[in-house]
Design a protein around this ligand. Sequence first.
Ligand code: BJW
Ligand code: ZN
Length: 232
Amino acid sequence: MRSARGVFVLTGAGVSAESGVPTFRGGGGAAVWKGLPFDVISSASMVRSNLPEVWEWFDYRRGVLESCRPNRAHETLAGWQNRFERFTLATQNIDGLHAEAGSRGVLELHGNVWRALCLNCDGREDLRRKPSDVRPPVCDECGGRMRPDVVLFGEMLPAGVWDEAADGSAASDVCFIVGTSALVHPAASLPLAAKHAGAFLVEVNPEPTPLSNVCDLALRGPAGEVLPQIEF
Ligand code: BJW
Ligand code: ZN
């Protein structure tokens, strides 16, 4: 860490677990809401077939997140950002907790639950700045229907965000993989690009993942306890 010039960090739901945010695949069973597995309700086809229900699901999620604050893992990563020539933090999380902890330029690969996206003109709105009960919300710019600005199964990741994450991973000397099951692609392929470029890979997760066997070091424990212990 002392000699690293480029550090790349990929986080997943586990980094927010100690903040009280439920993970998707942790806890023994698949996350289910109203009898629908999350990969059904969080899918592109659901936006087409039942947008009001998608909003109900994300309204419920925002309700859970309202009381969640960043934990020591988010804070530690925010403290790392000024210590390297290049520091890239890419997250699969949509909760906004990295930014709330003070991280700047967070690459949100799967979007943000606090934003709405217009299906007609691609305009975006901050749901906290303009709270409204209308579902689906109506776009201020064009009057079109809006959807949650998150990346669902079967959808492309935002191109600019993806490109920056790919560049950051390929230019890293050290890559941390924190609190992700590493099952969802293309996010899970980012550490492989880092490995390919010669980076030292560190996994922080209480459980092994499909990436464990390519990692140089596995730190088995909760991110909020492990990350603050890394001194350099
Ligand atoms: C702790 C802890 C603590 C607990 N401390 N750790 C290649 C192969 C096969 C399939 C595909 C492929 N490439 C693409 C696909 C399809 C698909 C995919 O990956 N499917 C696989 C599941 C099989 N990918 C996509 O569809 C992506 N789009 C795409 O590829 O576009 C191109 C395309 C277009 C059209 C057609 C085909 C391709 C988009 C993926 C978007 C994922 N979206 C979601 C939902 C977001 C909205 C919402 O929140 O509802 O994102 S899915 C869900 O999983 C969410 C998460 O970001 C994502 C990753 O989950 P994560 O973060 O890893 O959480 P968990 O719960 O899985 O794991 C938690 C971990 O934490 C565990 O390991 C615990 O042990 C650990 N943990 N406590 C540290 N305290
Ligand atoms: Zn619009």
